[in-house]
Design a protein around this ligand. Structure first.
Ligand code: NDP
Length: 242
């Protein structure tokens, strides 16, 4: 059976993407790092809506832990493979570069980049063997435009975009597509500390986006209909940046 795996799928954008993919009929593996209650609630909501969700808790930035968790899942699912991978887990630790601590730099780069590298490398083999797959990387406006106070986060997301474009060309012949989504301001826990009224003034649509709006795009990219789209970075930002 074909599965979807959404990293950071317990809350925010990842949760909405997990729900969207489940509604398309895919059983979904929800990865998260520590918030068991949120993960459980997401799985229950998907189950109540008629979908299937499994929880897989591991820190995507930790190579040994990630390898073990995926090996365990594969051991429990000898007949199954992940055909849709959404590399969504990411964190913000904003600071001006001049004040930035080593941990703030390293943790913000490690989470999306190690996550992308370790998980994609492991799951790609089955996609190539089955001649089909979808890899969707959640980047950011910050990785395209660069945002002050986010040199770490902008660097991480720009790197993810580069990796998306390179990998897309490596695997296109085997019908595996690799795309990035670059959201602007989306209403989640990650942006809860921002001054929304102030930022809304910068957005032509005058509001933050919803996780569901990002999930709708991810659902399309995951679908059969998006088979000729690869190596792209699709922005979803209410007109904030073009
Ligand atoms: P949230 O903070 O709401 O949720 C983050 C999710 O990622 C949680 O499920 C969290 O799990 C998980 N997570 C964090 N670190 C790890 C880790 N090391 N290993 C496994 N899981 C982890 O974030 P958003 O939904 O807002 O953001 C999702 C993605 O979208 C991120 O990559 C973010 O950079 C990107 N993005 C967000 C924007 C926004 O405006 N919100 C704009 C542009 C991009 P747990 O709760 O267990 O820690």
């Amino acid at each position: 059976m074909k599965y979807a795996l959404v990293t950071g799928g317990s809350r925010g954008i990842g949760k909405a993407i997990a729900q969207e993919l489940a509604s398309m009929g895919l059983p979904v593996v929800i990865n998260y790092r520590r918030d068991d209650a949120a993960a459980l609630q997401t799985a229950e909501e998907i189950g109540a809506a008629g979908g299937h969700a499994e929880l897989l808790r591991f820190d995507v930035s930790d190579a040994a832990v990630t390898e073990q968790a995926l090996a365990d899942w594969e051991g429990r699912h000898p007949e199954d493979y992940v055909s849709v991978l959404v590399n969504n887990a990411g964190i913000r630790r904003d600071n001006l570069l001049i004040f930035m601590q080593n941990e703030e730099w390293e943790e913000v780069l490690r989470t999306p980049l190690n996550g992308f590298f370790l998980i994609t490398r492991r799951l790609l083999k089955n996609m190539l063997t089955h001649r089909g797959g979808r890899i969707i990387n959640i980047a950011s406006l910050s990785g395209i435009k660069g945002l002050p106070g986010q040199t770490n986060y902008s660097a991480a997301k720009a790197a993810l975009i580069g990796a998306t474009k390179a990998l897309a060309q490596e695997v296109a012949k085997r019908k595996v597509t690799v795309n990035a989504i670059a959201p602007g301001f989306i209403d989640t826990d990650m942006t809860a500390d921002l001054d929304k009224a102030e930022l809304n003034r910068l957005v032509p649509m005058g509001r933050f986006g919803t996780p569901g709006e990002v999930a709708a795009l991810a659902g399309f990219l995951a679908s059969e209909r998006a088979g000729y789209i690869t190596g792209q970075v699709i922005q979803i930002n209410g007109g904030l940046y073009t």
